[in-house]
Design a binder for this molecule. Sequence first.
Ligand code: 1CP
Length: 358
Amino acid sequence: MTSEFPPLKNDLTLRAARGEQTEHAPVWVMRQAGRYLPEFREVRASHEFFEVCRTPTLAAEVTLQPIRRYSGLLDASIIFSDILVVPQAMGMEVLMTPGPFFPDPLNTPEDVKKLSPTVDVHKELQYVFDAITLTRKELKGEVPLFGFTGAPWTLFAYMVEGGGSKTFQKAKTWIFKYPEESKALLMRIADVCVDYVVGQVKAGAQLIQVFDSWAGELSPHDFALFSLPTLQHISTNVRSRLAAENIPVPPLVLFAKGANHALATLAESSGYDVLGVDWCIDPAEACRLVGDKVALQGNMDPNLLYAGRDAIESAVKRMCDGFRQGKNKKGWIANLGHGITPGVDPEDLRWFLELRDK
Ligand code: 1CP
């Protein structure tokens, strides 16, 4: 399988993710293909969001846009798609208007009946696998390619809320009022995520990131009860399924945003090689909490990209010093602490990338 692809020229991200100290930290940016790039907006002007996701040539094109623009400055790419393709595969309608909108969300556990009883991930999400294979070829080995999935709790929140939320009142009503039904649905989503990640690896993804973007909405107790078991289910089953087919397991990255309280536990027992951290924890403290168990990724506040070059420069320096002096025995992948937002000047992102850990 891998032999079909051009040889990888830049393995910095892979080495750091496997826990090696690298000559300098690799860097990539969550949501690096997106609306802050004029070339992305140009593609979107004539194609709907999910049309871009579903058309491998378009998905490959927008995945490559930041790699081309910041030639030599980015150390990884991430396939253009969205976490909400999983609820779609499970039988839900999802629109982008411009944020995610589910016309028919899961209001009560009765509504779970509306989901497809079984999900053939290979049929429903083959277009993502095709996009990954095509992108791997078009990358010509410049940098490795991330595949990704949303985490079950974050996907559950969208499926119940029917879109984004400030309070997560509906999703929380579910977990507090119907804990057993919630756990069953979360595990059902986790099983789809396992098939989806395995399919992405077979298609050519060289690292996998699980986005639990709304982990921080849960108390430590509820995170341990409703999210952590599903994250462990994904890492354990992805590893065993790939091992059973003699396929090497790529580095698994978990970004549980806002769950810094759980870092030590996640390092000990989540089954991921890399933990992403947001900006609400000092790098040195994150290093102390994870010890020599896992590598780290993160964590500059994305809003610093609006504050001008001096502010970016001192923040990058603080971040580098923090991770370098944090005495972490494992690798570090530089990134923002969450995705880049639409109003950033692409030249200010270039400055962030150029400053990189030297
Ligand atoms: O009009 C547009 O083009 C829509 C903007 C957009 C983009 C560029 C959306 C809608 N999704 C994406 C791409 C996307 N989504 C990627 C691309 C790969 C890359 O990183 O370059 C990725 C990894 C995602 C993942 C994603 N989607 C997450 C997890 C990461 C995170 O930032 O927390 C989440 C929460 C979503 C949901 C989503 N999709 C889109 C929006 C605007 C949102 C968030 C809405 C909300 O606040 O609830």
